[in-house]
Ligand binder design. Structure first.
Ligand SMILES: Nc1ncnc2c1ncn2[C@@H]1O[C@H](COP(=O)(O)OP(=O)(O)OP(=O)(O)O)[C@@H](O)[C@H]1O
Length: 439
């Protein structure tokens, strides 16, 4: 009888452990909420003081405080750790708000994130400055980028589109008001098109004009024709389109001048021209030339893009450029244009040099992280935040057909912009069919 009881207990334990192991792998969110979160919360609570001490995140108390401790409270003078202001569990991790004592700065906490991560046994910790004197430790309990599930409340709004998941479980937004010009780099099959698809899916739902430049004969962007205000599928069309955008930029500056506004968002809504997002699928196609005669066209395109990148933010024209590499090897003007594109996303790269092209000037500490993105994780990238920060992100998988359907559903949002009318792609009955330009 005793043997049978022991066997049943052992079987239940093995089944339980197997079930937990299965849940940990197949349903990490559920596992985290039921097991990981309580365990981490407990570990954090019980080891907080000693962890802060050994990580060097304590300071000596002020003279008055030391005096009070010695003479009034009659206890030993202890170093002061950041005060815990709030602890909150989420479906992917744990968030802790800390008030920093005088003598500690956010950079000290950032420098200790690896040590804190190991001490509390979490997958990642990101330190965010919430207001002067306060930081939030965003702990992620498990590898949320293994299977991307966007937070339900992440929806396009204003000029911001949630395009990917950060490794702390929050949505990464491409916000054109914070970083008006963007650059996405990455090797072959690293996930650049998937990133653009997610972007188009979100932008299609906003009242903006979408302009495509896809000189690979429109193979990627033509499926989104119903929602595009313009599409250029050859370098010649791209040159004409870039010229038209520059003329429109100048007209919009005249309008701003007339109303004494510094950007279109200061204009009354009924006078405000529709924002335009220009999506360039492969920048090298616009730079490279095969014949001497093409040189003039390249100079035209590059000059127009540089002018737009330098000035068009105020008039609501934004660039979103994509490419495998973007260095001086592309030709004259490449590095000048790149410097203006401050919203950077770098996917897996084949060499350190490409990662440096994308990140060195805006977030140099992100370069090593971009160099170690594994090939079996397409869609993973390093993205810069406003203010020199960066994070790891991964896009959700979305099919071209799904995005094409969203584009059809939101066709009514295509703004009426006469200057783009000659470039409006013809929408064919079959969504997969390539459009041709109406001239
Ligand atoms: N976030 C993701 N999750 C899962 N699979 C992805 C993700 N992103 C991309 N992939 C897959 O990786 C492959 C390459 O993706 P994609 O076409 O976006 O890469 P790319 O960088 O645009 O490549 P290329 O430069 O050759 O056009 C595709 O099969 C795609 O389905």
């Amino acid at each position: 009888m005793a043997d049978l009881t022991m066997w049943l207990e052992a079987t239940a334990a093995v089944a339980g452990a197997g079930g937990l192991g299965y849940a940990k792998y197949r349903a990490p969110r559920v596992y985290w909420s039921l097991v990981g979160l309580p365990a981490t919360w407990g570990r954090f609570t019980f080891s907080y003081r000693s962890t802060m001490d050994v990580c060097g995140l304590t300071v000596q108390p002020s003279g008055l405080r030391a005096f009070m401790a010695r003479n009034v409270a009659r206890r030993e003078v202890q170093p002061v750790a950041p005060k815990i202001r709030r602890v909150r569990g989420t479906s992917t991790g744990l968030r802790v708000t800390l008030r920093l004592p005088a003598g500690l700065e956010p950079a000290d906490v950032i420098a200790s994130t690896e040590r804190l991560r190991h001490a509390w046994g979490v997958h990642a910790i990101r330190v965010v400055v919430t207001k002067p004197g306060f930081v939030e430790l965003r702990m992620t309990g498990y590898d949320v980028l293994r299977r991307v599930r966007m937070p339900r409340k992440a929806q396009p709004h204003g000029m911001a589109v949630p395009v990917a998941l950060r490794d702390d479980g929050t949505a990464f937004e491409r916000d054109y008001l914070k970083a008006p010009m963007g650059l996405t780099l990455g090797a072959n099959s690293s996930g650049k098109s998937m990133y653009q698809r997610n972007l188009i899916k979100g932008l299609a739902q906003l009242p903006v004009a979408l302009v495509g430049m896809d000189c690979k004969r429109g193979v990627e962007q033509s499926a989104f024709a119903p929602r595009l205000s313009a599409l250029a599928t050859t370098p010649d069309d791209a040159a004409s389109l870039a010229d038209v955008l520059v003329t429109e930029m100048e007209d919009r500056f005249d309008l701003l001048h007339l109303y004494g506004a510094s950007d279109i968002w200061e204009l009354p809504e009924d006078l405000r021209p529709a924002p335009v997002v220009v999506l360039v699928d492969e920048i090298a196609e616009l730079f490279l030339i095969s014949r001497k005669e093409d040189e003039e066209r390249r100079t035209r395109i590059v000059t127009a893009l540089i002018r737009l990148a330098q000035m068009a933010r105020a008039v609501g024209i934004y660039l979103e450029i994509c490419g495998q590499r973007f260095g001086s090897d592309l030709g004259k003007g490449a590095t000048m244009l790149r410097a203006q594109l401050t919203g950077r996303v770098v996917h897996r790269v084949n060499d350190k040099e490409t990662a440096e092209m994308g990140l060195k000037d805006v977030a140099p500490t992100a370069v090593p992280a971009a160099c170690v993105i594994p090939a079996n994780r397409p869609g993973t990238a390093v993205a810069t935040d406003a203010g020199g920060g960066w994070c790891r992100i991964r896009t959700p998988q979305v099919s071209r057909e799904e995005v094409a359907e969203v584009c059809r559903d939101f066709e009514h949002l295509v703004p009426d912009l006469p200057f783009l009318a000659p470039f409006r792609p013809r929408v064919s009955a079959s969504p997969a069919a390539a459009p041709s330009l109406v001239k």
